[in-house]
Ligand binder design. Structure first.
Ligand SMILES: [Zn+2]
Length: 236
């Protein structure tokens, strides 16, 4: 049948057009850019949370520092009162001693808490550095993907035009009936209607045809089909 020899070429062109069209739709739907943007948002919100936590630690730190300061001043004032001779009553002195001890204890507890906050601050600051790097990488990725997508879409436009011209040029050489079968088969066979037979193996389904069948195909006129997948086969 006329054009059998051009059929594989047509198949290659159509497969290329399918791939380009698929990629074009993928790029136009912006999935990669959308995913990159979502990742950036994640990274930025993580960074924001860490910064809020750091602010809270800062506030707690200065609250504790004030508290320590105030305990210290109170204790100093009480100590001064104890030794300036203004108190002579033993019970009052004992109460004062007790008050001073309690103020010192509270100061020591506040100092422990302050130390904990300082450890938290160090940990948060280290995590913020990492999160900032993550967000910066995310921003860069969004810009790269966005720029690459538009450049790739331009290239695809050119390639699709080239392939369409090649297809037009290939069609007249192929028998109409054969072309009809080819077009019918394509959607049923995941876009691949024609396959080469290489060493008796159909390149469409990768089954090896029987020797008997191969012999029969070799000597038959007309369209040859794979006995397994029913694709049109061309002896390679
Ligand atoms: Zn097959």
């Amino acid at each position: 049948m006329r054009g059998m020899d051009r059929l594989l070429e047509l198949q290659e062109i159509d497969s290329a057009i399918d791939r380009l069209t698929h990629r074009k739709a993928e790029l136009e739907s912006g999935q990669e850019l959308g995913a990159a943007r979502a990742a950036l948002e994640d990274a930025e919100s993580k960074l924001g949370e860490l910064q809020l936590a750091l602010d809270a630690v800062g506030r707690e730190q200065s609250r504790l520092e004030h508290e320590i300061d105030s305990f210290e001043q109170k204790a100093a004032a009480e100590e001064k009162r104890m030794y300036d001779g203004s108190i002579v009553n033993v019970k009052e002195l004992e109460a004062l001693q007790h008050e001073i001890a309690s103020l010192k204890e509270r100061r020591s507890r506040a100092e422990d808490e302050l130390l904990e906050q300082m450890v938290r601050r160090e940990d948060l600051e280290a995590r913020i550095v990492t999160a900032e790097q993550g967000a910066a990488a995310g921003r860069e990725h969004v810009e790269t993907v966005g720029g690459e997508a538009s450049r790739e879409l331009d290239r695809i436009g050119v390639d699709l035009a080239t392939k369409a011209a090649e297809r037009e040029a290939a069609l007249p050489a192929i028998d109409e009936e054969l072309l009809e079968l080819y077009e019918d088969l394509r959607p049923q066979k995941k876009g691949v209607a024609v396959a080469a037979l290489v060493d008796g193996v159909c390149q469409g389904c990768h089954e090896k045809l029987s020797a008997l069948e191969l012999d029969r195909l070799k000597h038959s006129e007309g369209v040859k089909r794979c006995e397994y997948c029913r694709r049109i086969v061309i002896f390679g």
